[in-house]
Design a protein around this ligand. Structure first.
Ligand SMILES: Cc1cc2nc3c(=O)[nH]c(=O)nc-3n(C[C@H](O)[C@H](O)[C@H](O)COP(=O)(O)O)c2cc1C
Length: 366
């Protein structure tokens, strides 16, 4: 009976045959150590959440040293970071899990205190986020107006993603995910509100999508398309982004990503309340038809709404963010219909073991 749940049917994602469709999405926890090496607790944290044939996507990780925008987020551009990640991938593989690494550059969602040269954050255009930045020492200050990237700097950023993908494979990851969501650098290029460029990277939809597609091709060149995912947030406004025609923009992006043929596309839905009719999400129903590959969705799902999303064909797999933080054995709980432990938002970002590796598994909490 339980095994009939659509969430517990196998799914092919690129090179991998997943045993179920409950995905752990990237979750920034801001606990990295000196040199932005993954936390000493990271291997335990990810290992607790790994399952045989289950897909874990590790938190947003700087592809290069200019991409950081929050304190204590990990990187994958130094030998020490690669070594630190190796412990994480080993822990997930020991459980029979599959682990990808999300690669990001925060762009203007940053502060000069993070920049190696102390200069302004970089972005497609010199347009500040209307909001509050965090400095390297944890102060809250208004966002600075970023510096618009020179066109001849862009190849360097694309190259950093390629190098980061190589490092990710060296660290034992099974693949990488391009962070094209949540108003970070790639989405700043995608969206008309944050991209006012008049060169090859701005203006038309094709020009605004160019950075995403160049980065995707760069990591595909390293990993092969069957080990690359792309994450997008077509409904999102996080980090002060919007678009004058999101349907056209994302229609184009879906078509192009489909042509590259990556392993999966991961979409963040508008954050919904449980009970909303997720079988007719605003933009995705249209876009779904343009994407032939595996589609992962996230955003306010419960066991019930996730089952319905997969059963209806609206998605192939569902990622649970906040529930995975508080339930290391979330997969087992969903399989058995057990209650979920509520999450403690105050320990989402920063700190050490508390709220990270001390949420109880079922036996201990029963
Ligand atoms: C603490 C926290 C950190 C997050 N960090 C990331 C991240 O690094 N990269 C990303 O793409 N999304 C990130 N997200 C979004 C989640 O991956 C997920 O899409 C979101 O939480 C919605 O799922 P949920 O409603 O099940 O929590 C984060 C969310 C939370 C709550």
């Amino acid at each position: 009976m339980l095994n009939e749940s659509p969430l517990f049917q196998p799914l092919r994602v690129g090179r991998y045959e997943l045993a179920h469709r409950v995905v752990m999405p990237p979750l920034t926890r801001m606990r990295a150590g000196v040199g932005n090496v993954p936390s000493e607790f990271a291997a335990a944290y990810y290992g607790q959440r790994a399952t045989p044939g289950g897909l874990v996507i590790a938190e947003a990780t700087q592809a290069g040293d200019g991409g950081q925008g929050n304190p204590r987020t990990p990187g994958i551009h130094s030998a020490e970071q690669v070594e630190g990640w190796r412990a994480v991938t080993d822990a997930v593989h020991a459980q029979g899990g599959v682990i990808f690494l999300q690669l990001w550059h925060t762009g203007r969602a940053s502060h000069s205190s993070f920049r190696p040269d102390g200069g302004l954050p970089v972005a497609p255009s010199a347009i500040a986020i209307d909001g509050v930045a965090i400095t390297a020492d944890g102060q809250c200050v208004p966002y600075e107006t970023p510096r618009a990237l020179e066109i001849n700097e862009i190849a360097g950023i694309v190259g950093e993603f390629g190098a980061a993908a190589r490092n990710a494979l060296a660290a034992g990851f099974d693949g990488v995910e391009v962070h094209g969501a949540n108003g970070y650098l790639i989405e700043q290029f995608l969206r008309s509100s944050s991209n006012h460029r008049d060169d090859l990277y701005g203006g038309t939809v094709a020009n605004r999508a160019r950075l995403l597609l160049e980065i995707t091709r760069a990591v595909v060149d390293v990993c092969g398309p069957d080990r690359v995912g792309v994450r997008l947030s077509p409904h999102g406004s996080f980090n002060d982004v919007s678009d004058n025609d999101p349907q056209r923009l994302y229609g184009y992006v879906f078509d192009q990503v489909a042509e590259i043929g990556v392993a999966y596309l991961s979409l963040i839905q508008a954050r919904t309340d449980v009970g909303m009719d997720i079988e007719t999400p605003q933009v995705d129903a249209d876009l779904r038809a343009r994407w032939p590959g595996a589609l992962i969705v996230a955003g306010g799902f419960s066991a019930d709404t996730a089952e319905r999303a997969v059963a209806s064909g609206a998605a192939d797999a569902v990622a649970f963010g906040r529930h995975f933080i508080a339930n290391p054995d979330l997969v087992e709980r969903l399989r058995t219909g057990a209650d979920l432990t509520p999450y403690d938002r105050s320990t989402f970002y920063g700190g050490g073991a508390q709220g990270y590796v001390d949420y109880p598994a079922l036996e201990a909490s029963a």
